[in-house]
Unconditional design. Structure first.
Length: 222
């Protein structure tokens, strides 16, 4: 039976594991300031609110006082060269998306990553075909956790909040879902989940440990 749920996916930490490419790019940027590199997991914990915020957090953590506007292009150039060096879809993601499409589940993507880089990553792994709409962090809407992007996606799909699920891995995704009044499915396998405060969980969230479990959330089996 076709699902009536609109599935809105996050990208980093939900569909793809991009930790190493993001960390290597941030450390290349730091090296231009002769700063010591930061650990991969530490940088990964700073991801989720868009590149300017990531750069600001990395610079602060490394003790670099240069302006973010100066450092941001250095990071973006480094990341642009590395986009899919080590980044890969999480195991089970392509199969999940194929299954959802076979159930006629409408899918969209909402990320704070710039749209052009997002599309290149999706294209590289054959994932673009699954999403009716893709909203990046440099579009006309405020970045997550503002609800504007997901509200646009709901309007385009003709879905209301009660029939929409945001699938993400971070506190930013949790806040976005609550701001938009939609259900949240949090991927505990994603690198952003480690920084979700336990106190922020109310018990009405769907929590999954593998991509395969997402289908059950969307089809009412969980």
């Amino acid at each position: 039976m076709p699902s009536t749920q609109l599935a809105v996916f996050d990208l980093d930490g939900t569909l793809i594991d991009s930790r190493r490419d993001l960390a290597d790019s941030a450390n290349e940027m730091l090296a231009t300031y002769h700063a010591h590199p930061l650990g991969e997991n530490r940088i990964a914990s700073m991801v989720g609110s868009g590149a300017p915020t990531l750069v600001k957090r990395v610079m602060t953590a490394a003790g670099v006082a240069a302006p973010v506007d100066e450092a941001l292009p250095r990071f973006l150039a480094a990341y642009d060269r590395r986009l899919t060096h080590h980044t890969r879809p999480y195991e089970g993601i392509p199969i999940l998306l194929q299954e959802l499409r076979s159930h006629h589940t409408p899918m969209a993507l909402l990320t704070n990553k710039p749209l052009e880089q997002t599309v290149r990553i999706l294209d590289a792994f054959g994932l673009s075909e699954f999403f009716q709409r893709v909203v990046g962090g440099d579009g006309p809407w405020p970045r997550k956790p503002a609800p504007d992007g997901i509200q646009f996606l709901m309007r385009e799909a003709g879905a209301d909040p009660g029939k929409t699920v945001l699938i993400g891995d971070s506190t930013i995704d949790l806040q976005t879902a609550r701001n938009a009044g939609v259900r949240i499915c949090l991927a505990r396998y994603g690198f952003g989940f480690a920084d979700v405060p336990e106190a922020d969980l109310r018990g009405d969230e769907s929590l999954v440990d593998t991509p395969a479990e997402i289908s059950g959330v969307l089809h009412g089996r969980r």
